[in-house]
Design a protein around this ligand. Sequence first.
Ligand code: BGC
Length: 759
Amino acid sequence: MAIEGVRFQGWMGRLSLLALSMAVAGISITAAAEAATPTARPWLNPALSPDQRASALVKAMTPAEKFRLIHSDYGATMVPGEISPAGGKHNAAFIPAMPRLGLPSIQETDAGLGVALQHAYGDGDTALPSGLSTASSFDPAIAQAGGAMIGSEAHKLGFNVMLAGGVDLMRDPRNGRNFEYAGEDPLLAGTIVGAAVRGIESAHVVSTVKHYALNDQETNRNAIDAQLDHTAARESDLLAFQIAIETGHPGSVMCSYNRVDSVYACENDWLLNQVLKRDWKYPGFVMSDWGGVHSTVAAAQAGLDQESAGNEPAFDKQEFFGKPLQDAVAAGKVPQSRIDDMVHRIARSLFAAGVVQYPAKVAPIDYRADALVSQHAAEAGTVLLRNQDALLPLSPQTASIAVIGSHADKGVVTGGGSSAVKPRGGSAVTGVVPTEWPGPRIYQPSAPLAAIAKRTHGKVSYASGDDIAAAAKLAAQSKVAVVFVTQWTSESFDAPSMALPGNQDALVAAVAKANPHTIVVLENNGPVSMPWLDNVGAVMEAWYPGVKGGEAIARLLFGEVAPSGHLPVSWPRDESQLPRATIPGAGLAAIGLTPQGRPAASVDYNIEGADVGYRWFQKRGITPLFPFGYGLTYTQFDYGKPTLTAADGTVKMSFSIKNTGKRNGVAVPQMYVTPPGTDRTRRLAGWQRVELKPGQTRQVTIRASAIRLADFDEAAHGWKRAAGNYSFELGQSAASFAGTATLQLAAANCTLTTCKTTP
Ligand code: BGC
């Protein structure tokens, strides 16, 4: 978005199954394919590799067709309710079909939590829980299933590109878009987002990893200069992107609004040409964020391949990749080969995802089945933070339950901005400010109140929480009080502080005073301060829990499913523990969070460097409220002594784990590594989700991610493991360990998956 407030609003040539079965049957692929496909249009031949097809297409295209493919048009208008421009679908962008070439129209839609049309338009589709919730599952299978679900909905609505794959690291809990991302650790975030990308692409929809890079706050996002030493960037934010890209194979990467090294990300040679395309050998295309382009020649030469919605003046100031780029080529300022490269990259991504072979078209959607995918994710992603005296799970026999606050009688809140998915039938609560960009504030129609009432034989009553005394009175009259608190944030602004907005802290304090059996359920963007924590019995972190959020929360509260989420972020006690105590200018006056001060021109990420999140806390010797990786359940686990083995370029940690409690449970043992040398901090190197029945013991082996044992070597453009003594810890979080073992390792060159010893 260019002007804040204006807008309302497997790449190694995957053989097709057909080709594969022909190969198995011993039929010559080339001969059969030639017979099946007109030789005049070899790029439509699915038996060729995406690169071969793209090369054939580039050869056949006219200059006008090539230029048409490298910039998209806005698929909506700036006026809510107004019909889409011809060819658009009220979506973020489109490119008209090219029938002569057999290419369908490109239809792009937001975003990572489901199909989200511009201005929250449309009948609405299935919303996943927030990205932080999915990351809390520590389960790539959950992420992949969610990706496949939203990808298939997109496909059945006629979309073939999803702007989905947000993987910016959480460097600040106040970043208004944390809910679209996957937390603070590059291995966890990259793995989870990579899995989601695989899911989306499996539905023949191109997925877009974004916002590349260092787009870690929203305040002044269109201009802010993010400063971070290159090596530290490689080992933190860029590593998350690298892992998501290498494991997910997204067709597209979206460059971000902000500057890096004073240069806009969408014309940043280091980010695009050097890191992404040279070092990571990324074969897909780079599209700009909406309003992220500022030049023609510089952007084209730095590696931008497609300008997004450049025709809409509210975004880019002019259409840089239209006529100006044609003129630049004519004047010899941009070589024709660069244009061909842009087209090649776009085409190969379309072919690789199957966009041409399996065209997206309107088809029936099984919303019931899709909602269950979302519910399953919410159940796996909800984190139990506190549970004094086993207050949870609740018994269905509980005589009376007071449900309080946050419209829990109607639904659950979602984050705002371009990613907000409007549910079918509209928002469960309307009229909550802001009703226009960066709103509307949307509630998914899954009421916790009804879901709780369904599960208990006792009396269930509701108080809105607007009247604190009335809520406290109801709590006093009930056996248990469940207070829902919300923190709504959105794209385009950051929270000015970690405090829950409005009078919610006072509400919780009053309810907790009235009833010691108070359970707090959080629906929020990211960590908030909890001044009342010691006075409540239980706290459940539900994030933005998606289309079945109320149902998922109730199932967890009553123990129908065991909580198994673990924090993908460190939970600071308050802002004083953060690398930067304030984000100058953060806030949104429309919701009473009046910005203080002027936004800064730059943000200094060198303060923490690569030591993001739990590594910052370790380095500074400070104790967060809850550490990264932390999460309770309704049972306990005992861990055996870990042992290490190193073979074939990888290190493995083995140990036993026993469920010592009385209920089924899922443990998430984590492996942390500290490389040799002084001043080193631990890094997550691997983890596993282990399901255990009461009394059951299992033997578990975690394989370390090879790249986490290495440091980035600028001169070599690669990852090097130093020789020395490595310490491996078996963690229940980044701050609590069941055992340690050390291993002497030789010097090696490493990739994501393996290390090769250097002579
Ligand atoms: C956001 C992107 C989004 C695009 C299209 C931009 O404002 O930053 O994440 O995909 O709009 O809606």
